[in-house]
Write a protein that binds this ligand. Sequence first.
Ligand code: UD1
Ligand code: CA
Length: 475
Amino acid sequence: MNQLKQAPLDVVIMAAGKGTRMKSKLPKVLHRLAGRALLQHVVDRAGDLAARRVVVITGHGAAEVEAALKKSRDESSGFDLEFVRQEPQLGTGHAVQQTVPVLPDDGVVVILSGDVPLTQADTLRDLITACNGSHLALLTIDFADPTGYGRIVRSSTGGVQAIVEHKDATPAQHAIQEVYSGIMAVPSKLLKPWLARLDNKNAQGEFYLTDVVKFAVADGVLVVAHKIKDPLQVAGINSPVQLAELERAHQLRRADALMVQGVRLADPARFDVRGELSCGQDVEIDVNCIFEGEVVLGEGVKIGANCIIAHARIDAGAVIHPFTHIDGGSSNAKDQIVVGAGALVGPFARLRPGAKLGEQVHIGNFVEVKNSTLANGAKANHLAYVGDSVLGERVNFGAGSITANYDGANKHKTVIERDVHIGSNCVLIAPVTIGAGGTVGGGSTITKDTAPGVLTVARTKQVSLSNWARPAKKQ
Ligand code: UD1
Ligand code: CA
């Protein structure tokens, strides 16, 4: 509305801490929640807020953290991403001091932690509104057990006076249940002089960012506490137990949101989305399914138990039977898997990048399809491999048959025109084309193109020998 709409937003993300309790070689902020690095979740929020600049403070595992973020960078957009290093790590105040040279003076700064992944963009927008371009706004929450957190100390009239860290708090202050979430919004031009005034005269010998509250009060700047009720939004990750708990809590929320839309989940506690899942009406999902990347399920799609589905579009009425693995590898149009309307896939089927199945296609148990297009009504029901192929309408691809698409150096294409019947246990050595309406006899190894409508058999003739005796065991 006012000033705030004009004040550019800069985001600072603290991510230099060690994460000792993860007991991992991987820097803490690169551990994954819902399939994405913790820090990536936080950076994504900065994107949602249309930040001008995002400054990530790195220290422990700095090179690895920076490389991971740069790698995922091209998909995200908008803001300008910078890293500053904090070495050694002398506290949260010391961390933010490192950003002073790269923070413009005309912005509002939102300070986030790389290990607090689930803060919602709307919450941060409200915090920025509370800052109003001129105040110090703190995100706070009441905890029944505030142990370990910085306490929000208020005056008798209710104004925020200070944040006192747990280790520095008096017994009376320990009883305060309102805690600082670690997230604040403040104009840069106020923050910078306060950072310069920090000291480390406290129980932990650290430079506390939270001491800026004292300076704000001393300078007559209004300190506003924006208190929220949702603990997941401020939950930090320090240990594998906390990571697993937050993952499950987050997944339950996603499950609830889908069920509210009408999706029927057999058990919301056995359901994982590690990307974006969108569902049409009357979708049913059985237990233990995992969805990765972008997955779209059309109306009435049924997913059996224990399926993993990644980067795929499954159209209306298709049924994916249990234990099926569908993985497009990436969401680009070439790789994305498409399962046509009314298709049946599985149990125990594997669809790999570039599998495009038309309507009513059937893919049965132990069938693998890679980089191939199967037109409407094509079937491969048992034990088969279809790779780098184009199958026409109603092709029936027999049990145990494969396309030999790889000659040891290059991949070649197989074309099977409409209404072809490939018998069982055939090897189609690519490049090869089977003409429309043709039949390939079981057990054939096909090396040459076949004409439309013909029966092709390529195997040795059957012989029966009547004057043959089975060898007898020597005495
Ligand atoms: C901090 C707050 C506390 C608040 C809590 C909420 C301070 C002094 N205290 O405490 O009031 O209740 O968060 O979770 O700020 N980091 C660095 N460099 C450092 C130290 C930390 O980058 O030198 C990063 C960490 O990687 C982490 C974040 O800052 O992402 C918070 O640090 P942490 O040590 O977890 O702070 P808390 O003790 O939890
Ligand atoms: Ca912490």
